[in-house]
Design a protein around this ligand. Structure first.
Ligand SMILES: Cc1cc2nc3c(=O)[nH]c(=O)nc-3n(C[C@H](O)[C@H](O)[C@H](O)COP(=O)(O)O)c2cc1C
Length: 320
């Protein structure tokens, strides 16, 4: 792994095009979105499509969720034999109802014996492929379990652990408690990846120094600003804050991204799926509000290229 900043798994966002951009911009690792182990063992076509990747997205982890150790072990065998990722990550942090209702995601943390059984089953099935876990600090605020879960993971053979320093009940509210990352790092001997609320390069540096974690992971901030990976790398390497990407850089990235999304998902789906990201990417652009409404009208890649060309012409002329 090159570098200290990982691109977080983000359901609906961590598609192949997004991962290619992230790796190109210096992310040390990318992940698939969380994938149902039930879907994998039933060989569902849609599930399989989520696990396909190329060398330009690597190193890449396939992230699994589920609650049955046997099924998760079988899923890991399929992943190892048919997809060959750089690692298998286990999702013990997802707070979404659809997942926790079936005892997956963060619900696994309510039963640490189950957590251990799942890790052991997957480590055994994964053979040489490292298995990592991604957790929240606990199911709710009353019972933080991250230290216990970390010790269990280490004993059960996990290669590293990512902590999103919030309990499941906090969702995305409040501020992530980075002191939990520090405590976890002090309690175990496998690498700890810190996660939660990194918004800029100085936050990344501060998390590394304050917690002693081995690497950091960036999620939401990368959706609107995939440049954040190179910005953090630059700051960690030189101690200097990087210049903001120019309008031309952002437009080039947007064109590249939409082209890949259209190649991957076809024109209609590709355009539809990119709109949300593009709106975020274009936040802060001159005339962003007008741009946003135009983005929701485009239907083809050609429409998008025209929109960008005209926009760039108008704004570069306006700025001169
Ligand atoms: C839209 C969205 C989708 C997410 N999907 C996943 C997922 O599939 N797997 C996972 O482990 N975490 C998922 N997360 C959580 C992120 O990976 C990350 O832990 C969280 O956003 C905190 O990091 P941040 O403050 O840098 O965003 C998701 C978060 C968001 C906002």
């Amino acid at each position: 792994m090159k570098g200290l900043v990982l691109a977080a798994p983000l359901a609906g966002i961590s598609t192949r095009p997004f991962r290619v951009l992230a790796i190109g911009l210096g992310a040390a690792m990318t992940y698939t979105e969380m994938i149902s182990s039930d879907g994998i063992i039933r060989h569902q076509k849609k599930t399989r499509a989520l696990m396909e990747f190329g060398p330009d997205e690597q190193p890449l982890g396939i992230q699994l969720f589920g609650s049955n150790p046997e099924i998760m072990g079988q899923a890991a065998t399929i992943v190892r034999e048919q997809f060959h990722p750089d690692l298998i990550d286990l999702n013990f942090g997802c707070p979404v109802k659809k997942v926790v209702r079936k005892n997956g995601g963060a619900a696994v943390l309510k039963d640490l014996k189950l957590t251990e059984d799942i890790i052991r089953a997957v480590v055994e099935a994964a053979h040489e492929i490292p298995v990592t876990i991604k957790i929240r600090s606990g199911w709710d605020e009353t019972r933080p379990v991250y230290v216990e879960a970390g010790r269990i993971a280490e004993k059960a053979g996990a290669a590293a652990i990512t902590l999103h320093a919030r309990s499941r009940s906090r969702g995305f509210t409040g501020v992530a408690d980075w002191s939990a990352i520090k405590r976890l790092k002090e309690s175990i001997n496998i690498p700890v990846i810190g996660n939660g609320d990194i918004k800029n390069p100085t936050d990344a540096k501060r998390m590394l120094t304050e917690t002693g974690c081995d690497a950091v992971m960036v999620g939401r901030m990368s959706i609107g600003n995939p440049f954040i990976f190179s910005q953090i790398n630059h700051y960690l390497r030189t101690g200097e804050l990087p210049a903001e990407p120019s309008l031309a850089d952002k437009i080039e990235l947007a064109l590249n991204y939409v082209r890949m999304m259209v190649d991957q998902f076809g024109e209609i789906r590709g355009i539809k799926k990119t709109r949300r990201n593009l709106v975020w990417l274009m936040k802060g652009f001159p005339q962003a509000a007008e741009m946003r409404s135009r983005l929701f009208q485009i239907e083809t890649f050609e429409d998008f290229c025209d929109l960008m060309k005209n926009y760039q012409k108008d704004n570069i002329i306006a700025m001169e």
